[in-house]
Design a protein around this ligand. Sequence first.
Ligand code: HEC
Ligand code: HEC
Ligand code: HEC
Ligand code: HEC
Ligand code: HEC
Ligand code: HEC
Ligand code: HEC
Ligand code: HEC
Ligand code: HEC
Ligand code: HEC
Length: 373
Amino acid sequence: MKECRWKGFSFLLVVSVLVVFSVGACTSMKEAKKEAENAKVPVVEGAKYVGSGACADCHEGIVEDFKRTIHGRIAGFEVKPNMVAEGCEACHGPASKHIEEEDPAYILNPAKLEPAQASAICSRCHTDGEIMDWRGSEHALNDVSCVKCHTIHGKKDKMAYREKLGYRHKHVKDTLLKRPEPELCFTCHKEIMAKTNYPNHHPVKEGKMTCSECHNPHGSIVEPLLKTDETLNELCYKCHADKEGPFAFEHAPVVENCTICHDPHGSVADNLLKQNEPYICIQCHGLHFHSAIRPDTNYIVNNQEPGHSCPPGFAWNPDPNTGGPGCAPAVVMPNSHAMQMVMTTRCTECHSAIHGSDLPSLATPGGGSRLTR
Ligand code: HEC
Ligand code: HEC
Ligand code: HEC
Ligand code: HEC
Ligand code: HEC
Ligand code: HEC
Ligand code: HEC
Ligand code: HEC
Ligand code: HEC
Ligand code: HEC
């Protein structure tokens, strides 16, 4: 969608190949969007509304079951401004011709319509709340209609199906889903399904939380379909409030985006990390001296005695031979043993406040923070 921002500038820049390209990309996105937005409920020529009473003659079972569903219980006045008809015909369109001819060709079946047309039926009434951003959503733009996920007439065995799967679903709220989550989402999102089987994952497949606690499948102003109006991090803070600053000493990538280090769906590494330590850290940081200390050196990393601060590049390091205290150059060349230590050391053994800290590091001259406490 970023390309579209260029559109405004294209009027200003008279000759620019780049702009021509970006407008081109923009147009195809826009066409898909337009298609979804302009989709209309198809018209059955010559048909009139006759009311739900007429349906029972031929669809007795459906009419009976329908009374027990949420749509069967809504009164016309509740949705009047948007509605074209009450009852069955609110979704199926005017039925007179269908009844005269007893022909399914003259009635609308959302399951058989173009996806955007089917959604247009539902969107007559469902335009706000969670459904507000539907029209520009990834699902709408990719032909995933409302009825791919929802069923109106219902699966009577839905609860039985849940039990069969053995889920301890805390979410028993029935939103007319064709299948409970996460199975519903897994039918199409196989890559995500694979990740939820990794050793570390949010407890989604255990039924303790759902995909839709993090995503709004109906659309969002925050990509990809995230259930927040603000930033990706805000979503995480909803449940991980302790990671929300402001901290006196922040860690830049944490403030920027949690998914720089974490994969929310699952990981082989611990703590949902995209890679284990130290590898995740050394993408951005060099290996530093502390993680490369020779084990035979009597080396004090943290100067915990007040008044013993060393200049930059030096650390508090009593001489093992003389026993005398003093500031020594901080860099010890890594030998092979030390390299091994680096690879087996978790940086967060020392940098335990990796998400941010309010406390200055003890060994840091000038009171800055190395996120050690
Ligand atoms: C006189 C009998 C009759 C009446 C009355 C009737 N239908 Fe039907 N309907 C049928 C037949 C026959 C079919 C095709 C076979 C089937 O699916 O059961 C059908 C199929 C349908 C379908 C499926 C269409 C498809 O393409 O899959 C819908 C939706 C439908 N009817 C809605 C309604 C609604 C809504 C009413 C009341 C306003 C209604 N019908 C009244 C006979 C009737
Ligand atoms: C809120 C929208 C909505 C209302 C109201 C509604 N239907 Fe449906 N109907 C659907 C959808 C969507 C389908 C496609 C199958 C599905 O997803 O459940 C469908 C499918 C059908 C079918 C095809 C057979 C089947 O079960 O798939 C018939 C027949 C039918 N409806 C009849 C009725 C009758 C009769 C009423 C009123 C008592 C009614 N519908 C009210 C949305 C609706
Ligand atoms: C005539 C207006 C109308 C139409 C058309 C309509 N709905 Fe609804 N729907 C409602 C109302 C009213 C409710 C009650 C809850 C609410 O206010 O959102 C509701 C509730 C729902 C719920 C929530 C059920 C729950 O347990 O909370 C779902 C899901 C839903 N509709 C899906 C659909 C789908 C899918 C379609 C299109 C096939 C559709 N609706 C068409 C008016 C409509
Ligand atoms: C990709 C799957 C998917 C699609 C497509 C989808 N929904 Fe939903 N819908 C869900 C899930 C999952 C929930 C339950 C989670 C929740 O409450 O947020 C839900 C919940 C709802 C609710 C209840 C919301 C509430 O506040 O409790 C309504 C109403 C609804 N959907 C209507 C629609 C309509 C209308 C469309 C099409 C415009 C649609 N849905 C398309 C998956 C989908
Ligand atoms: C009928 C198939 C289908 C179902 C069911 C479905 N999705 Fe999707 N989803 C798609 C398609 C197709 C896309 C767009 C292409 C893509 O990015 O994979 C998409 C896109 C998404 C995206 C945005 C991806 C991006 O890169 O921007 C998210 C997030 C998502 N789906 C989550 C869900 C969740 C959560 C559920 C279950 C509530 C769900 N989907 C159910 C087919 C489906
Ligand atoms: C803890 C929150 C959370 C949960 C639970 C969650 N997601 Fe996501 N999902 C995200 C975030 C955050 C992103 C963006 C990832 C990024 O930018 O690296 C994302 C991205 C996606 C994408 C886009 C493609 C991709 O791989 O990045 C899809 C599709 C998706 N999620 C589907 C699902 C499905 C299906 C479920 C349920 C099995 C689910 N998500 C559960 C937070 C979550
Ligand atoms: C709806 C609540 C919720 C949201 C939103 C959420 N989480 Fe979680 N998170 C949890 C739960 C529940 C656990 C599991 C805690 C447990 O097992 O004790 C968890 C665990 C974790 C873990 C530790 C995993 C482990 O192996 O112990 C990490 C890392 C994590 N979440 C990161 C994130 C990130 C990043 C986001 C934002 C993209 C996020 N979470 C959004 C609820 C949430
Ligand atoms: C620079 C990489 C990085 C970033 C960015 C990051 N984390 Fe972490 N996170 C880690 C590491 C490393 C661990 C393991 C720490 C440990 O074992 O002490 C961890 C552990 C966690 C845990 C589980 C252990 C605990 O402390 O509760 C949660 C939850 C978590 N992170 C959430 C988040 C959230 C939310 C964000 C975004 C605000 C975020 N992380 C951003 C590196 C990061
Ligand atoms: C995406 C890049 C990135 C990753 C991954 C990352 N960091 Fe950072 N880190 C930064 C940036 C940028 C700063 C701020 C640097 C500055 O202010 O000079 C920083 C600052 C720090 C600081 C404070 C340094 C100072 O000068 O005060 C420590 C300590 C630190 N990171 C440790 C880690 C550890 C441990 C990991 C692995 C768990 C890690 N970082 C992963 C980018 C990253
Ligand atoms: C044995 C404890 C320890 C381990 C393990 C450790 N650090 Fe440090 N690190 C420190 C201390 C203490 C400082 C502060 C030094 C100072 O201020 O003079 C520091 C400073 C830093 C700094 C600030 C810039 C610098 O070089 O002084 C960064 C960045 C950093 N560490 C990253 C890492 C990374 C990445 C790892 C893992 C590969 C790691 N640390 C492992 C203790 C450790």
